[in-house]
Design a protein around this ligand. Structure first.
Ligand SMILES: NC(=O)c1ccc[n+]([C@@H]2O[C@H](COP(=O)([O-])OP(=O)(O)OC[C@H]3O[C@@H](n4cnc5c(N)ncnc54)[C@H](OP(=O)(O)O)[C@@H]3O)[C@@H](O)[C@H]2O)c1
Length: 343
């Protein structure tokens, strides 16, 4: 692409836009040009309150604007595929919120439309753009804690908005699509591998999984266990246990500018183990890497921009999204059928 600046349009007035808007405004390579909503009043009010120059009263009308290069798509999950394809057919690149779609078949349709229309589509799973995720991958590759045996992830909060689409299975609701999808993506990314088998249990009292417990087995023998919930105290954490150490992350899948993220690495300190049971619990050293004021949404925007302008390989390929969504649908199948699913 010969342009040096990209013009963006926001497709919907979703709450998550609040994280992207300051990043687009701050970026040297991007300009936030337009907002589209299903309602004229909402679009106009949103444009005025966020300092956006063009307001569209339908998603279609924004896609007809020839000045828009990239669309940030933040609709409920079940609408992603339809609107990513409409954006592609209008010749717009798309940064689409996670999950990119709600079945692997939908991702294939998106990939076909992206190829045909020569545009870039990328899933906006912010955590994958955060420097700490690639750092953990480096630690795994370097065998900093030896051979990985187990990974765990937890992501929960209490969902108190009764009308939220997250309570509607037809809209792609459920705690696995919303929260557990981060855990699955994290495990695949840091292990650099795909699971061969999954097993899951869910609590679906409201027609969607309010709580979900999933297990993945990788061909190397690593076990990954995660828990996601809309029905528990807000908590996030991830950890990895290896043959020679332990890694703990206190903010693996959220990003707050006012809160640092810490990676704690515990290994043997090299001293002689003189404890009664020689269990090694007393001979330890702890290293910490702290990320202050990192804005991973900014990194997500800039990375997408480099892919469009300079052809940089996207952090999350469509094949990667396809694989993540295949694992998620297999986990749902396992929870429904009460048996492990081979992938
Ligand atoms: N990356 C992250 O950190 C992160 C965090 C939160 C959410 N997300 C993702 O972002 C997406 C949006 O989540 P959100 O919680 O921000 O959404 P939200 O606030 O519920 O807003 C969704 C928007 O979609 C539009 N919409 C179109 N048809 C709709 C329908 N039938 N029902 C409801 N809304 C409809 C509405 O905009 P108009 O009325 O303007 O048309 C609405 O404001 C999801 O895919 C979610 O997984 C990502």
């Amino acid at each position: 692409m010969t342009k040096k600046r990209l013009q963006w349009g926001l497709l919907s007035t979703a709450r998550i836009n609040e994280r992207l808007i300051p990043c687009l405004k701050k970026s040297n390579h991007n300009e936030l040009l337009a907002i589209a909503s299903r309602s004229r009043n909402v679009a106009d009010h949103y444009a005025e309150s966020h300092g956006i120059s063009r307001a569209y009263a339908s998603y279609e009308s924004m896609l007809e604007d020839p000045d828009i290069d990239v669309v940030y798509l933040s609709l409920p999950n079940s609408l992603h595929k339809e609107w990513v394809i409409k954006c592609a057919e209008a010749g717009k690149h798309v940064l689409c919120e996670k999950p990119l779609a709600i079945s692997p078949e939908e991702v294939s349709e998106i990939a076909e439309a992206a190829k045909k229309n020569e545009i870039i589509v990328q899933e906006a799973a912010m955590m994958r753009f955060h420097a700490q995720t690639s750092y953990v991958r480096e630690l795994v590759v370097q065998e900093k804690i030896g051979i990985i045996r187990m990974v765990r992830g937890l992501f929960s909060f209490t969902l108190k908005r009764p009308d939220d689409y997250r309570f509607d299975s037809k809209m792609g609701g459920g705690s696995l699509w919303d929260l557990g999808s981060y855990c699955v993506s994290f495990s695949r990314a840091i292990l650099g591998a795909e699971p061969v088998e999954v097993y899951a249990i869910q609590n679906d009292k409201r027609g969607v999984d309010l709580s979900f417990s999933g297990h993945l087995v990788f061909s190397s023998g690593v076990f990954f266990h995660f828990f996601s919930s809309f029905d528990a105290f807000a908590h996030i954490e991830a950890d990895l246990l290896g043959t020679e150490g332990h890694i703990y992350l206190d903010m693996p899948w959220l990003n707050r500018l006012n809160r640092s993220a810490t990676i704690q690495i515990v290994c043997d300190d090299g001293s002689k183990d003189e404890s009664t049971f020689s269990d090694g619990l007393d001979n330890r050293k702890t290293d910490r890497k702290i990320y202050h004021k990192v804005n991973a949404y900014q990194d997500e925007v800039e990375s997408m921009t480099r892919s469009i302008l300079y052809g940089e390989t996207p952090v999350i390929s469509l094949k990667d999204s396809f694989n993540n969504i295949s694992v998620i649908t297999a986990l749902y199948q396992s929870a429904r059928e009460g048996k492990p699913i081979r992938l």
